[in-house]
Design a protein around this ligand. Structure first.
Ligand code: KG4
Ligand code: ZN
Length: 341
């Protein structure tokens, strides 16, 4: 089954073609990050307009890369939430129009579920085996920080979540305080990497452990760093960036490892934009190796928003005979449908 996936929930326009939920045939993306960088964050109206301008060119690239014509495509899937209403509307309307015009099956996809399914993707010609259930997933993006158990396709149970800021939100806000560019995750990672490995960090950022729970809290870190910066003799920016990243990674990794042990996870998977963080990937990989649990993380380009993951997640719904009506509207605060743990 060849599925055309469309992603437009925020500031990335993506169109991809994926076969049977795992084989990525093409994956085109236009990022608006530069447009929003001078505002220090995403401006929703600007994002919607940029989506409109980028959609057709990105679609053309995805089709050309794949070398298929419309007759080879079986279904069209697009994100319908969560995300920004205006940007979502562009991709969803495009998907419905294509489905209507070509007489194709249409499916609305939950963006959060799609992030998880990035772990089922592989490139054409690469060997692949699907994750083994039960899967413990750490979903960390700009708006979400959640520990979710997946016992079978489509069945999600929430183990823990952030009580305030999401991990990506903390990266973005702290980057802004440090004078680093938007998006904050990659710029903090770059700045932290300039701090010499053999030199001890002159600052330690406190962790909120919330012991006895699988929950996270990242808002205290912001206050701590704001206070630090108030002192004109504060440590170098690279040292603060490294200490901040270390604190976030420490909490995420420690809690993920504990939850993986508790549920007897066969595999741990990372998902969402923060999963692109190299320090997080390395730390979890080595902590889990000691427990003989394997870690899976999507390729970096499939961690942040993209359309391959949309087409990937769509497959498992379409395979069960599900589809959406063309009257489906965007749902900016859509949540992951949850089952009992
Ligand atoms: O999944 P995503 O692309 O969009 C949402 O659905 O939210 O995640 C975006 C978030 C941003 O907060 C960004 O700063 C963060 O992911 N991010 C990173 C890295 N790359 C992106 N955070 C830490 N390290 C990175 N390398
Ligand atoms: Zn996302």
């Amino acid at each position: 089954m060849l599925i055309l996936g469309i992603e437009s929930s925020c500031d990335e326009t993506g169109v991809a073609l994926v076969r049977d939920g795992h084989e990525v045939i093409s994956n085109a993306l236009a990022s608006q990050a530069e447009v929003h960088a001078r505002f220090g964050g995403v401006v929703p109206e600007v994002a919607a307009r940029q989506q409109l301008m980028a959609f057709i060119p990105v679609l053309e690239v995805a089709l050309a890369q794949a070398g298929v014509d419309w007759n080879g495509i079986d279904a069209v899937a697009a994100t319908y939430g969560p995300g920004l209403a205006g940007p979502l509307l562009v991709g969803l309307t495009a998907a419905k129009s294509i489905a209507f015009a070509r007489g194709l099956t249409f499916l609305g996809v939950n963006h959060l579920e799609a992030h998880l399914y990035a772990n089922w993707l592989h490139r054409q010609g690469e060997p692949h085996h699907a994750p083994h259930f039960p899967v413990l997933s750490l979903l960390v993006s700009g708006a979400h920080s959640e520990l979710i158990v997946i016992r079978e396709h489509g069945r999600y149970a929430l183990l823990g979540q952030t009580r305030d800021d999401a991990a990506g939100e903390a990266f973005d806000k702290v980057a802004r305080m440090l004078g680093l560019s938007y998006p904050g995750g990659p710029s903090i990672q770059r700045s932290a990497a300039t701090w010499p490995i053999d030199q001890p960090l002159p600052v330690k950022v406190p962790r909120a452990w919330l012991r006895g729970t699988n929950d996270f809290s990242f808002s205290g870190v912001k206050t701590y760093i704001a206070n630090l910066l108030r002192n004109p003799d504060h440590p170098p920016i690279a040292a603060i960036a490294a200490a901040f990243q270390e604190a976030i990674v420490d909490v995420l990794a420690t809690k993920t490892v504990a939850a993986a042990k508790a549920i007897g996870a066969a595999e741990v998977v990372l998902a969402g934009g923060v999963a692109a963080n190299v320090a997080l990937r390395e730390r979890l990989e080595s902590d889990l190796r000691r427990l003989h649990i394997s870690l899976r993380a999507p390729r970096i380009e499939w961690c942040t928003d993209n359309a391959a993951m949309i087409a990937g997640a769509a497959y498992y719904h379409l395979r069960r005979g599900e589809s959406s009506d063309l009257s489906l509207d965007v749902l900016p605060s859509l949540a992951l449908p949850l089952a009992q743990a």
